[in-house]
Design a protein around this ligand. Structure first.
Ligand code: NI
Length: 178
């Protein structure tokens, strides 16, 4: 299972809006497996297809203990969100090393298809509820840093762009170039 490159903020492709998946077919299965492998390798608990530059409504989640099994959400839709909201610290595989507070509903109900195309309804709270809301934002082209102040967001942008430049300079392929 090949690992997929994860887009990093502020890559403009993270702001594309994902399209619904017209049919759950066998052709989709390798992508789902690769997304799980990529997420586990990166030690994440959720990954949206948008983050691997596939602009379709597909999310994989494995929060560990809280989820009965690793979740595949295809064409997910939040049908209910609790009015009660809470601020919690979030990070994102597309924003490495950055953690900050985001206010979310403490519980949500989501309907989606599973990897076999069967409808499922998930009533989530706690970490899973936060994760679902975070990943569904990705499908809408939204990264969690967009909830932060413009000042913070710009600092994060500058920091990540600098790190990316430094990595490119240090990459073996860059050596010996004139
Ligand atoms: Ni994320």
């Amino acid at each position: 299972m090949p690992l997929l490159p994860i887009l990093r903020y502020p890559d403009p492709r993270l702001h594309k809006v994902a399209a619904p998946i017209p049919a759950v077919t066998d052709a989709l299965q390798p992508l789902i497996d690769d997304m799980f492998a990529t997420m586990y390798e990166a030690k994440g608990i959720g990954l949206a297809a948008t983050q691997v530059d596939v602009h379709q409504r597909l999310i994989v989640i494995d929060t560990g203990d809280e989820t009965p099994a690793p979740l595949v959400l295809i064409n997910p839709d939040i049908t209910w969100a609790s009015p009660e909201r809470q601020k919690g610290e979030e990070g994102c595989l597309s924003v490495p090393g950055i953690y900050d507070g985001v206010e979310r509903s403490v519980a949500v109900t989501v309907t989606a298809l599973d990897r076999h195309g069967n409808p499922q309804t998930i009533e989530a709270e706690g970490m899973l509820a936060v994760c679902i809301q975070h990943e569904m934002d990705h499908l809408m082209g939204k990264v969690f840093v967009e909830y932060l102040s413009p000042l913070k967001r710009n600092r994060i942008k500058t920091k990540l762009l600098k790190e990316e430049r430094e990595e490119q300079l240090n990459a073996p392929s860059a050596k010996g170039r004139y």
